[in-house]
Write a new protein. Structure first.
Length: 341
């Protein structure tokens, strides 16, 4: 078993047993479990502390909290629990990782350079843009990707929500606290959102559904959103809707910039992991939405962070017992069981 204190590697540099990259539910859970294994983990938060959870107003489906709680509250609880057992949390952004030799080297924008025997990558995902004219220019001027952050500014105003998933439904419901009218524009004639959210949306008098409709342009005047140009996906008919705000919830993109050309990504850019949360480089694990495009729940990210931490702990025991990390594992062997068959 490793000491949890790290050790010199011959160059006089401290080598961390485990560095966790990212501060969402997966990252903090991985830090908690590796801390409880006495590995003294270092968690580097990134710029978006808490990830997407921190911009979620109300979390109703995380087990153990029947009264629901806010995203920032949950993140603070995750952090406190991880720190209670010895995790170190640094507010720094990882700018580069050297995966091609062992120990791995992690560089941060704060000018730090760390060495690590193992890494748990949990950099999550970010909102996807619509990619239509006017969207970029009017972001922060009526175009938003976070109702929790910006909803307050639309008190007494009219807003449009784009998307048909859980996020669109949930955020549209949240916006009804402020806006006089919330129109959801969805490209199909059926929501993808869960039944319970659909029922709430349909029952809410402030919400109107505009089916089979996409936005082709966000229009503004005097540096403020004034409306959107639309197209009907069935008839091809174009239109214009006047509005004060445009909230975009059309899915997510993985935060994979650190891994491009270095680790195996799937065709949509998510890290490929096996059932033990292993990437294609031995000693490098991933958890949460950076490798999960299917479930994307706080509860599943927590589970993946747990699994990554448990396997990391076992690998560190093997390293302690003399196992040498092979960073050049043949990609074709990726799915085959390696250290812990
Ligand atoms: P999502 O489920 O991928 O839904 C994205 C929505 O945007 C879909 O309805 C999609 O239409 C639409 N869309 C995609 N590209 C578009 C485009 N270019 N123009 C117009 N519409 C477009 O994403 P999400 O709602 O952010 O949810 C992501 C994950 O987080 C899901 O697994 C969800 O269950 C989870 N989540 C859960 C909760 C909760 O449990 N309370 C809350 C938020 C999110 P189509 O339907 O036609 O594909």
């Amino acid at each position: 078993m490793t000491t949890g204190q790290g050790s010199a590697n011959g160059t006089g540099k401290q080598v961390e047993d485990v560095i966790v990259v990212g501060s969402g539910p997966a990252g903090f859970t991985a830090a908690l479990y590796t801390a409880r294994a006495n590995l003294n983990p270092l968690l580097l938060t990134g710029n978006d502390y808490g990830g997407q959870v921190s911009i979620t107003y109300d979390i109703e489906n995380y087990p153990g909290f029947p009264e629901s709680l806010s995203g920032p509250d949950l993140i603070e609880r995750f952090k406190a629990q991880a720190e209670k057992f010895g995790a170190r949390v640094e507010f720094d952004y990882v700018s580069e990782i050297e995966f091609d030799h062992h120990p791995f080297v992690v560089h941060t924008s704060g000018g730090q350079e760390y060495q690590a025997r193992t890494l748990i990558l949990s950099t999550g995902a970010r909102p996807r843009y619509l990619d239509v004219p006017g969207e970029k220019e009017l972001t922060g001027k009526g175009v938003s990707y976070c109702a929790t952050c910006d909803g307050f500014f639309f008190r007494g105003k009219d807003v449009i929500v784009i998307g048909g998933g859980d996020s669109a439904a949930e955020e549209a419901l949240f916006l009804t606290r402020f806006a006089t009218r919330v129109r959801i524009l969805h490209r199909r004639d059926k929501l993808r959102a869960s039944k319970i959210l659909q029922e709430r949306v349909f029952a809410n008098e402030k919400i109107e559904m505009l089916w089979n409709t996409v936005v082709t342009e966000v229009v503004g005047e005097g540096g403020k959103v004034t409306g959107v140009k639309t197209e009907n996906t069935v008839t091809g008919e174009s239109g214009h809707l006047a509005t004060d705000g445009v909230f975009v919830f059309v899915g997510h993109l993985p935060n994979n910039e650190l891994y491009q050309g270095k680790l195996h990504l799937d065709e949509e850019g998510y890290l490929i992991t096996d059932r033990k949360m292993r990437t294609n480089v031995e000693g490098v694990f991933a958890a949460g939405e950076i490798q999960d495009k299917v479930f994307k729940q706080v509860a599943t990210s927590v589970g993946q962070g747990t699994a990554a931490a448990l396997i990391t702990t076992r690998l560190l025991e093997d390293i302690e017992a003399g196992h040498k990390i092979n960073v050049t594992v043949d990609p074709r062997e990726f799915d085959a069981p390696r250290v812990h068959a």
